[in-house]
Design a protein around this ligand. Structure first.
Ligand code: SAH
Length: 258
């Protein structure tokens, strides 16, 4: 695949400018010079074959040769709400979610969340989204939404045809009976995805997923979600890390639609 570079400002005319880490990557890592052919994308859903014209001290000027709409998005909107893990595991999660085609990642604020995500680390995660999009060929960036309180997140999306909350079910059976819900609120993967396949997806009809923090969701949080119409899904007998659970669940949904 031709080297891809991300341009911050929407590409409109027949020239474009690379700045910051993208200019650095082209000149110092790839050691490209005038005449080199690359592909640009600006997150609008198209890609732009381009030729390097001039290398400046901190920027690179390119001639845009054409605009080609290339759609590598999922056929549905997929939102993953997740109580973010820390450090490298957070970056891993964002990279893999981008590769899978997740539309939006919402950092969740739950009772047992370890860290309240700050603006600076969130901006760094956006850089991870760009890097992953360069590599996997996505022409739209996965959105990293503002952190959201659990109670708002579960009630935000009543129209989404599928809303799945990952929660270990052996515990959940106890939880569900303790909080007075029927056990069928917790479904196994096979049954759930059979149902998932039989329901046609259209763009704009989103699927929402939720994964809790290392300490798990509280009984109260699970019951809030069930009251709002979410389904609880068990991912097997082992306790998965937050990022493993999020990527497994997103991957299972992606597998149903591609
Ligand atoms: N001790 C916690 C485990 C939390 S693991 C508990 O009992 O809930 C972090 C998150 O990953 C969980 O909140 C859940 O959303 C998801 N998860 C991990 N393992 C899972 C499993 N086997 N089934 C369903 N969800 C799981």
């Amino acid at each position: 695949m031709t080297e891809r570079y991300f341009v911050e400002t929407p590409i409109a005319g027949d020239c474009a400018l690379l700045v910051g880490p993208e200019a650095h990557h082209l000149t110092h890592v790839m050691r490209a010079g005038p005449g080199a052919e690359v592909v640009l994308f600006d997150g609008s859903g198209a890609e732009f074959p381009a030729r390097v014209e001039r290398i400046g001290r901190a920027e690179v000027e390119l001639a845009v040769l054409s605009r080609e709409p290339v759609d590598r998005e999922l056929p549905l909107e997929l939102t993953v709400g997740v109580a973010l893990p820390k450090g490298d595991r957070q970056r891993w999660l964002v990279e893999k979610a981008t590769e899978l085609g997740v539309t939006r990642l919402v950092p969740l604020l739950t009772a047992q969340s370890v860290a309240r995500p700050e603006q600076k680390p969130l901006a760094r995660l956006r850089r991870t989204v760009i890097e992953a999009s360069k590599q996997c060929g996505r022409n739209r960036l996965m959105e990293i939404a503002q952190p959201r309180d659990w109670s708002d997140f579960v009630t935000d999306s009543v129209e989404a045809p599928h809303r799945l909350l990952a929660h270990p079910c052996s515990d959940a059976q106890d939880t569900l009976s303790l909080i007075g819900c029927h056990a069928h609120a917790c479904v196994g993967m096979t049954r759930l995805f059979r149902r998932f396949r039989s329901c046609p997806h259209k763009r704009g009809h989103g699927t929402q997923l939720a994964v809790g923090p290392e300490g798990g969701f509280t009984d109260d949080e699970v019951s809030q979600a069930i009251d709002a119409g979410w389904q609880v899904i068990d991912l097997g007998p082992r306790t998965l890390r937050v990022e493993t659970a999020a990527i497994l669940l997103a991957g299972m949904v992606v597998r149903q639609v591609v």
